[in-house]
Design a protein around this ligand. Structure first.
Ligand SMILES: C[S@@+](CC[C@H](N)C(=O)[O-])C[C@H]1O[C@@H](n2cnc3c(N)ncnc32)[C@H](O)[C@@H]1O
Length: 205
């Protein structure tokens, strides 16, 4: 039986929810950078997929219309509280990132922070993100990725079985996940740990 399921994700992220914000403190500069690349404009419709506890909300300034979705109610509950504290109007909904309950072209920007390496089927998730973006819309992706080419580095192969159980897959390659998705990468950069953490900005043509 595979552990790579929505059920396991909901269980483990329900466990992480109370301490997630503490563990994720080092990701703050990466979030700030990714959202700067997203360049949110006032009034733009932005969707956060796998939004978690809403740590990204701290970096929203321009006044976009924010929708946040996540599979795990305990994570979203924290997000709702954070939004309230920030006095930010956020439409928060429990939703599976494999099957977004929005019409085609509903958003100007989709934010995928630390979801592509976590969700069971990242290709489906990215395709859903592309579907709900309007033509010309932007997506930012921030996560841990293996190099696009060459053999999987030994340390990532060794780390993956434990990482998968605890929180995330560390053997995913962004290039192959994005191939054929309808999203074109216009910028990609190393965010931390010599490019293990990466940020990509992509556009829907
Ligand atoms: C590593 S956390 C990232 C949370 C947030 N995006 C952040 O940057 O802090 C992964 C999140 O993905 C959510 N998740 C896992 N599987 C999902 C799915 N199928 N659909 C939507 N969210 C999912 C988890 O509940 C968890 O909140």
């Amino acid at each position: 039986m595979s552990i790579n399921t929505n059920l396991w994700n909901r269980i483990r992220y329900s466990c992480w929810a109370p301490i997630y914000d503490l563990i994720a403190v080092p990701t703050r500069p990466m979030r700030r950078r990714s959202l700067a690349l997203a360049n949110l404009q006032p009034g733009e419709r932005v969707l956060f997929v796998g939004a978690g506890t809403g740590l990204d909300l701290d970096f929203i300034t321009a006044g976009p219309i924010v929708t946040a979705t996540d599979l795990t109610p305990a994570m979203l509950e924290k997000l709702r509280r954070r939004a309230e504290q920030l006095n930010l109007a956020v439409g928060a909904r429990v939703m599976d990132g494999h099957a977004l309950e929005f019409a085609d072209g509903s958003f100007d920007v989709v934010v995928l922070h630390f979801i592509v390496a976590v969700i069971p089927d990242p290709v489906r998730c990215i395709r859903e993100a592309a579907r709900v973006l309007r033509p010309g819309g932007r997506a930012v992706i921030l996560d841990k990725f293996a190099p696009d080419d060459g053999p999987m580095p030994l340390w990532l192969r060794l780390l993956n079985p434990l990482a998968i159980v605890l929180a995330t897959n560390v053997n995913r390659r962004l290039g192959s996940i994005l191939a054929g998705s309808g999203l074109r990468v216009v910028h990609r950069e190393a965010a931390a740990l010599r490019g293990f953490f990466q940020i990509a900005l992509a556009v829907k043509d």
